[in-house]
Design a protein around this ligand. Structure first.
Ligand code: PMM
Length: 271
C-alpha cells in the first residue's frame, strides 16, 4: 500500500502533494512501481496534529480518489470520518482505512457496513493532539490485541462482515518506540485472532530512534526508507498481509525477498 498524504502537515511528506495534479501524479507513480493500493488521506495523524474540518478533508481527498480510480488505480481512503469514507467510496475507493478503528466517529461502522467494502481497523486510543499521553501499558501486546478485538466486536455488531476486517496494531499511535518494537516482535499474537494484518511502520519515529546513532542524517524521516524496507521484509516474513509505505519500490523489493525466503515468492513484474 503506497501512502498519498494530501495534507500540508504530515510528518514526512506534508505539503508535497496538496495540489491535486501533483498528488495524482504521485499516486500513478506508486501504482507503476507496484503498489497494490494507493492510500489517499487528507488529515495528518502525526502526534500533536490538529483536526481538519470535514469539508476541507473532503475537498482534499475526493478529487484525488476520483482521478486515480478513473486511471484504473485501486484506491483506499485513510480517514477517521464516516462522511469522508462514504464520499470516497462513492468516488470509487475500494477500501476504508481508519486509524481509529471506528472510535473517532460513531457513524463509521454503520457506514462501512452499508458500503460493503473492506475496512482496516487500527489500534488507537486518543486523537493525535493527546495520543502520546495514552502510551501507557502493562502488557502492550496483550492490550493492543484485546482492544482491537473489542473493536471487532463493535464493528461486527454494527453489521461489518468479519471477512472484510483487516487489523493494524497502529504503530506510533499512543505508543513509544519500545512499544512499537515489542509489537513488531510479537505480530503472531495479533495474527492469531484470524484476521489479515497490516503494518504501517514507514519512516516512523521508532525507526528514526534506532538510526539516530548513524552519522549520515538517515534519522530524518526521508532517510528512513532503507530501514523501512527492512521492517517491511521482517513484517512480510512474519506473515502480514500488507505494509503501508511511502517508498513503494524499496519495500516491494524487500517484501519479494521475504516471500522468496518463506516460499510464497512472487516475481517482480512492476517497473
Ligand atoms: N499511520 C499513519 C497514517 N495512516 N493507517 C494505517 N492503517 N496504519 C498506520 O500505521 C498509519 C495509517 C501515519 O503515518 P503517515 O503520516 O506517514 O501517513
Amino acid at each position: 500500500m503506497g501512502i498519498l498524504n494530501v495534507t500540508p502537515d504530515s510528518f514526512s511528506d506534508g505539503g508535497l502533494y496538496v495540489v491535486t495534479r501533483r498528488a495524482v501524479q504521485h499516486g500513478l507513480r506508486m501504482a507503476r512501481e507496484g503498489a497494490d493500493l494507493v492510500d489517499v488521506g487528507g488529515e495528518s495523524t502525526r502526534p500533536g496534529a490538529e483536526p481538519v474540518p470535514v469539508e476541507e478533508e473532503l475537498s482534499r481527498v475526493v478529487p484525488v480518489v476520483r482521478e486515480l480510480v478513473c486511471a484504473g488505480v485501486p484506491v483506499s481512503v485513510d480517514t477517521m470520518h464516516a462522511e469522508v469514507a462514504q464520499a470516497a467510496v462513492e468516488a470509487g475507493a475500494c477500501l476504508v482505512n481508519d486509524v481509529s478503528g471506528g472510535l473517532a466517529d460513531p457513524a463509521m461502522a454503520a457506514t462501512v457496513a452499508a458500503a460493503g467494502v473492506p475496512y482496516i481497523a487500527a489500534h488507537w486510543r486518543a486523537p493525535s493532539r493527546e495520543m502520546d499521553r495514552h502510551a501507557i501499558y502493562g502488557d502492550v501486546v496483550g492490550e493492543v490485541v484485546s482492544e482491537l478485538l473489542a473493536r471487532v466486536d463493535a464493528l461486527t455488531a454494527a453489521g461489518v462482515a468479519p471477512g472484510r476486517i483487516i487489523l493494524d496494531p497502529g504503530l506510533g499511535f499512543a505508543k513509544n518506540a519500545g512499544h512499537d518494537w515489542r509489537i513488531l516482535a510479537n505480530l503472531q499474537a495479533l495474527q492469531a485472532a484470524g484476521f489479515p494484518v497490516l503494518v504501517g511502520a514507514s519512516r516512523k519515529r521508532f525507526i528514526g530512534e534506532v538510526l539516530s546513532g548513524c552519522t549520515d542524517g538517515v534519522s530524518a524521516p526521508h532517510g528512513r526508507d532503507v530501514a523501512t524496507a527492512a521492517v517491511s521484509a521482517l513484517a512480510a516474513a512474519a506473515g502480514v498481509a500488507c505494509v503501508r509505505v511511502h517508498d513503494v519500490r524499496s519495500s516491494l523489493h524487500a517484501v519479494c525477498m521475504a516471500a522468496a525466503l518463506t516460499g510464497g515468492g512472487r516475481a517482480l513484474s512492476a517497473a
